[in-house]
Ligand binder design. Structure first.
Ligand code: HEM
Length: 169
């Protein structure tokens, strides 16, 4: 996965509190997926957070089946920060058709996010997602961790994904 422009443009000062997230990350061991009645699954995922000097981070996530390597879930979007605060917004489009605004706070090297708006095509598959919460954390061992929980029309909020990444060269 290419990660164009990363580190070629001077970092916009507005992004200073998220500089630890920038760059390419690759899952170090398969992530774990589950949710209510779906079969447990294992996946790999590559993340790219890049910047081009604007007060915005651009990102792409690409997940594959851990065994077959078949492409699965994809997300891309933008991260914006509220000036002078630790508030952050992730603007996300998913290949499932779901689009999301998630908002939250940066605390040290952790971001806690909560969905604020969700939308989808009129013919999107059911059950529809009603809520998403997500945590990114840079751990003391240098690994990045992502945990995603969701609620659907039929199930309450519960964990869907957990995965760790190491920096890709
Ligand atoms: C915020 C991100 C995500 C959201 C909102 C989301 C949402 C959903 C929903 C609504 C379902 C159907 C649940 C049900 O039938 O009760 C589902 C299933 C599933 N998700 Fe995710 N998902 C996300 C990320 C991912 C990622 C990164 C993977 C990695 C491969 C993944 C893999 C799967 C699999 C394998 C299933 C079961 C089969 C299927 O329904 O396609 N999801 N997801």
């Amino acid at each position: 996965m290419s990660c164009p422009f990363h580190q070629t443009a001077e970092l916009n000062p507005a992004l200073q509190s998220l500089d630890w997230l920038l760059g390419k990350w690759q899952s170090d061991e398969p992530g774990e997926g589950s949710f209510s009645n779906i079969p447990h699954f294992r996946y790999t995922e590559a993340l790219c957070f890049s910047q081009v000097g604007q007060p915005v981070i651009n990102f792409m996530f690409n997940a594959c089946d851990a065994d077959t390597k078949k492409p699965m879930h994809k997300e891309c979007g933008f991260i914006r920060l509220q000036p002078g605060t630790n508030r952050v917004a992730f603007i996300i489009a998913q290949n499932s058709g779901l689009v999301e605004i998630e908002e939250g706070e940066i605390t040290g090297q952790q971001v806690n996010l909560q969905s604020q708006a969700l939308a989808r095509p009129s013919f999107a598959k059911e059950p529809h997602v009603k809520e998403v919460t997500r945590v990114f954390q840079l751990r003391p061992d240098g690994k990045l961790e992502q945990t995603v929980s969701m609620a659907t029309e039929t199930q309450p909020l519960m964990q869907h994904l957990h995965i760790t990444y190491q920096r890709a060269p």
